[in-house]
Design a protein around this ligand. Structure first.
Ligand code: CA
Ligand code: ZN
Length: 299
């Protein structure tokens, strides 16, 4: 297996980036990842002034995937996510939905043990490890790892967990895959601007699909398929995710617009992934069980 350590990281995704490693389609890669603060917060009471905000949201890579070309869709199976025994959360007047109520930046260390994240206040939250940032080089100008988009990036979508497949439209030769920003657990919205941010590693099996035409990322779990879209407003992101799912249902299942729309309205779930990155990310989920009778796959 190919392995990439967390010192090989980028702060933006770019078609010009020098690959940290190369792999072939069908291979598996293990990426060690720093947390979104690049490991700068290690102990309780650490001074926020000590944080270099130019060094946040590192993503490990990029990995050049031999044979992946613009127009392909990279299919990335999340085989394994391992997280460190200590995470960190932050609230700040600079970010998050409730920023106006926060007088100063506060970091809290969040111990993780026995499958629980131990939050301030004595609250125990069952962990649900996920990947915050996973993406490929974008088509145009470089995009900071802290931003989501059609290339993936900081989607902060908790569905991107062990067993999920992330489909990413390839825009540059070799795709240039990166991942980072693991969360031990995060709720929909990520309202304070952080989940339980944690270092760790991800093991990814990478394949290429040439029978799919995606403009935006798609995630598949054992239960559902979700289209993922990011935009300036949640309204726009929600519309985009819904339209992407309609395209998928109409093209892949051969349904009429009317039938597809009714199916999505009755059985689909339009959900919020995150509202803080600073683009907003929405997703449209359709359960696989409901379309099983057609004998055709959405992806
Ligand atoms: Ca994130
Ligand atoms: Zn994060």
């Amino acid at each position: 297996m190919i392995s990439v350590s967390d010192d090989k990281h980028v702060f933006s995704l770019s078609a010009e980036a020098v690959p940290a490693a190369r792999m072939r389609v069908g291979q598996t890669v293990r990426l060690e990842t720093a947390d979104c603060f690049a490991g700068q917060i290690r102990a309780p009471g650490e001074a926020p002034a000590a944080v270099d905000w130019a060094r946040i949201n590192p993503a490990t890579g990029p990995v050049f995937v031999e044979g992946a070309a613009p127009g392909d869709v990279l299919s990335v199976l999340v085989e394994r996510i391992e997280v460190a025994p200590q995470g960190v959360m932050a609230v700040s007047p600079e970010f998050g939905v409730l920023c106006e109520r926060i007088p100063a930046t506060v970091f809290e260390i969040v111990p993780i043990d026995g499958g629980l994240a131990r939050l301030p206040g004595g609250f125990e939250v069952p962990v649900r490890p996920m990947i915050g940032v996973i993406g490929v080089a974008p088509a145009g100008a470089p995009v900071a790892c802290g931003s989501p988009g059609s290339h993936g990036g900081n989607m902060d979508t908790w569905l991107i967990a062990e067993g999920a497949v992330v489909y990413l439209p390839v825009a540059a030769p070799g795709a240039l895959l990166v991942a980072g920003d693991l969360h031990a657990v995060m709720g929909d919205g990520e309202i304070c601007g952080t989940g339980v941010e944690v270092a760790g590693s991800v093991t990814l099996r990478v394949d290429v699909r040439r029978d799919l035409e995606f403009v935006n990322p798609v995630v598949e779990t054992s239960e559902l398929v979700a289209t993922i879209a990011s935009a300036e407003t949640l309204d726009e992101a929600a519309d985009l995710a819904t339209r992407d799912m309609a395209d998928l249902v109409i093209q892949r299942l051969g349904l009429s617009v009317a039938t597809a729309t009714m199916l999505m309205s009755a059985a689909g779930q339009l959900q919020v992934s995150q509202v803080v990155d600073p683009l907003k990310t929405a997703r449209f989920c359709l359960p696989k069980r409901i379309i099983a009778r057609l004998g055709r796959d959405l992806v």
